[in-house]
Design a protein around this ligand. Structure first.
Ligand code: TXA
Ligand code: MG
Length: 350
């Protein structure tokens, strides 16, 4: 990969967002360039979503397969009408309930959205983030900002500007640093082009939250882990993702059995990693232990998952064992990402 650009990292004070900086960042986007920026979910790598050439630069900077479509970010609900053919009633209700916020919806696209943005699909994914820096940047950048997560393809999504810098230094001109993101998992994706809405990627907005607003909602069969033969409908969900360098294995079962199993494992170098919680962090003597959060606060687990996966790349461990995190609300989204990182390697202990 070529890293021949100077990458500027600018810290933004959220209490007083600098109009001059946002204006400059917007000008880069309007001229067809790339800017990384914070959202409430993960950092995004933005380009003008209505400019095919600009969108292409995103794929090059990330090393992303060109059939993996981008999400177009908007700052106001009214902006939706220009880029989609129709807004179904269910989408109106979901937008009212969850926008701005961590929900992406799929619609039939209008002509003005280039196929270079949608990975050749006739549909387009749209999201209105709640992060104020993101919204102001979208406005300044022309209103339609295509943005995948701002990581090199295959790496964990970035939850700090530093993660973006690690991955994209030398490949993009500007990173806006708005501090660590609050959610830490990418948005929930719902496809509204089908008869019945379908969740293509689980996220902070859960199936039951969606049900409360629109009634019936399906989950894409390709996401159901046991069903490895069915292709997920969101092209990005089929790729290997988030994987740390060392092999990761998820251990499920009663907690005392999980702890006993992990402690019974050793490897050639004698160094194994463990992903666990506040409640169990002292239970793995002699291992390289990373505490992901507390089981009493599932949001803490969600927000540290990608950071912990990145941190393990700095450790000389041969193998990583992770407890599983089937928490009540975000458990589905957390385990979806963790299973992908583990290449679906999981064992049950009893
Ligand atoms: O929270 C988020 O959604 C973050 C922030 C930056 O907004 N963005 C993000 O983008 O996660 P990305 O590119 O990493 O993931 C987008 C996912 C991919 O799995 C892609 O295949 C799917 O959305 N997608 C995009 N457009 C689609 C479409 N028209 N039909 C089906 N899936 C689509
Ligand atoms: Mg991504």
């Amino acid at each position: 990969m070529i890293r021949d650009l100077h990458t500027e990292l600018i810290e933004i004070n959220r209490a007083q967002i600098s109009p001059a900086v946002l204006e400059r960042a917007g000008a880069i986007l309007r001229a067809g360039g790339l800017v990384a920026f914070p959202t409430e979910t993960v950092y995004g790598l933005g380009a003008d979503g209505l400019n095919e050439e600009a969108a292409r630069k995103i794929y090059a900077a990330k090393g992303r397969p060109s059939d993996n479509p981008l999400i177009v970010h908007i700052a106001d609900t009214e902006a939706l009408n220009k880029i989609v053919q129709e807004v179904p009633k269910a989408a109106e209700k979901l937008a009212e309930a969850f926008w701005p916020g961590p929900l992406t919806m799929i619609f039939h696209k209008n002509e003005c959205v280039p196929l270079g943005t949608t990975g050749g699909l006739s549909t387009v994914a749209v999201r209105m983030p709640s992060d104020e820096i993101a919204r102001e940047l979208i406005r300044q950048g022309g209103g339609y900002i295509a943005a995948p997560s701002a990581n090199v393809s295959g790496r964990p999504s970035p939850t700090t500007a530093q993660h973006v810098y690690e991955d994209l230094n030398g490949r993009i001109p500007l990173i806006l640093d708005g501090g660590p993101v609050p959610i830490g998992l990418e948005s929930t994706i719902v496809d509204l082009t089908e008869e019945c809405p379908v969740i293509l990627r689980p996220g902070y907005i859960t199936r039951s939250m969606i049900r409360e607003v629109i009634g019936e909602v399906q989950v894409d069969q390709g996401l159901i882990e046991e069903n490895a033969l069915v292709r997920p409908k969101a092209p990005g969900m089929k790729y290997r993702h988030y994987a740390p360098k060392a092999e990761l294995l998820i251990v499920e079962g009663p907690m005392d059995q999980v702890i006993a199993y992990i402690n019974g494992q050793c490897c050639d170098s004698g160094k194994t990693g463990v992903i666990c919680t506040e409640e169990t962090k002292t239970c793995y003597p002699g291992k390289v232990v990373k505490c992901i959060g507390s089981r009493k606060d599932e949001r803490s687990i969600a927000s540290h998952l990608f950071q912990v996966l990145r941190e393990f790349d700095e450790e000389e461990v041969d193998r990583i064992y992770s407890e599983s995190f089937h928490t009540p609300g975000l458990g589905q989204a957390i385990m979806n990402r963790l299973l992908k990182a583990a290449g679906h390697r999981k064992i049950y202990v009893t």
